[in-house]
Design a binder for this molecule. Structure first.
Ligand code: SAM
Length: 286
């Protein structure tokens, strides 16, 4: 297969005037699924790289940052996270982290494109290591429809590990979807949704928090953490709480210490919730 020019993969983001490049060894797979274009590259220094529609999704080397921060802060903030639903997340990395929590009784991953999961099994087997856990269920279908049809109060934690707000993921960022999530969650329910770069995508972050509050969430928080292969190298997730949580409730140090993780610990948990002034001002104004 051919390599992009000069052996470099470059994701250009015209809107923000930025680009990210990784030096490649080989283009190992490319296909157009009914949903999207998926490519897999072997890079020189980041292991395998999966892209969807030309956007970086996951690399062997740095995915632990994102997957740990999508799963552990929200699960540790819930007193009894027994029933977990992951929307998107087809590479199974978030599911793998969720299943590290013994208190989780069931975790369903609702991914619209089965090919993402099948390719992850082939090129990122370490992310799929817990797929055979009896608590795990892989469901292939649209997360919007799944959430619309979910039984009220049937889930404790919803994790939206989606692509950017375009194409099939667009509706996942809207008030209608957050309303469906609110209804599907139990009374102490928590939602977390990847919310792009805290530097480049401030408008989106503010709009997501506004939409979550309009949907009924009593409190929203922003988490932030490094993610080298995403635009700006700095990423975020937004948390919606059905009832307000104290800082103490959000931090269960004993549970955190018991987890086997590379990035996540009590200090990075606290740091993730610490807001830069410019973001605090915008979110406080809501
Ligand atoms: N970590 C990545 C990021 O922040 O860009 C996301 C990775 S994960 C592979 C995103 C997944 O969301 C993709 O596999 C995509 O197929 C899936 N997805 C997009 N829209 C969806 C929808 N409406 N329902 C379920 N899955 C969806």
């Amino acid at each position: 297969m051919t390599l992009p020019q000069n052996n470099w993969f470059t994701e250009i983001d015209e809107t923000t005037g930025t680009a990210l490049s990784l030096r490649l060894g080989e283009h190992v797979h490319g296909e157009d699924t009914p949903i999207q274009r998926i490519d897999i590259y072997r890079t020189d220094t980041f292991g395998y790289l999966m892209t969807i529609d030309g956007c970086t999704m996951v690399s062997t080397r740095d995915n632990f940052l994102y997957h740990e921060m999508m799963a552990h802060p929200v699960l540790n903030a819930h007193a009894a996270p027994k029933r977990v639903a992951i929307i998107g997340g087809g590479d199974c990395g978030t599911l793998n982290e969720v299943l590290k929590h013994p208190e989780v009784e069931s975790a369903i991953q609702i991914e619209i494109d089965e090919r993402v999961t099948r390719l992850a099994e082939q090129y990122f087997p370490e992310l799929c290591a817990r797929n055979d856990d009896p608590r795990a269920e892989l469901f292939f279908g649209d997360g919007l429809a799944w959430m619309r049809d979910a039984e009220p109060g049937s889930v404790d934690v919803v994790i939206v590990d989606s692509t950017d707000p375009v194409g099939p993921a667009e509706g996942l960022f809207g008030p209608k979807f957050y309303g469906d999530v609110f209804r599907a969650l139990g009374k102490d329910g928590l939602l977390v949704h990847q919310s792009e770069s805290p530097l480049l995508h401030q408008q989106l972050i503010v709009a997501m928090h506004r939409a979550m509050r309009e949907a009924g969430f009593a409190q929203t928080h922003l988490l932030h953490f490094p993610q080298p292969i995403y635009p700006s190298g700095w990423w975020s997730a937004s948390l919606g709480c059905k009832r307000p949580l104290t800082a103490e409730e959000r931090l269960d140090e004993r549970a955190i210490a018991a987890l086997e993780t590379q990035y996540y610990n009590a200090a990075t948990h606290r740091a993730a919730f610490a807001l830069p002034n410019y973001l605090r001002e915008q979110l406080d104004a809501l």
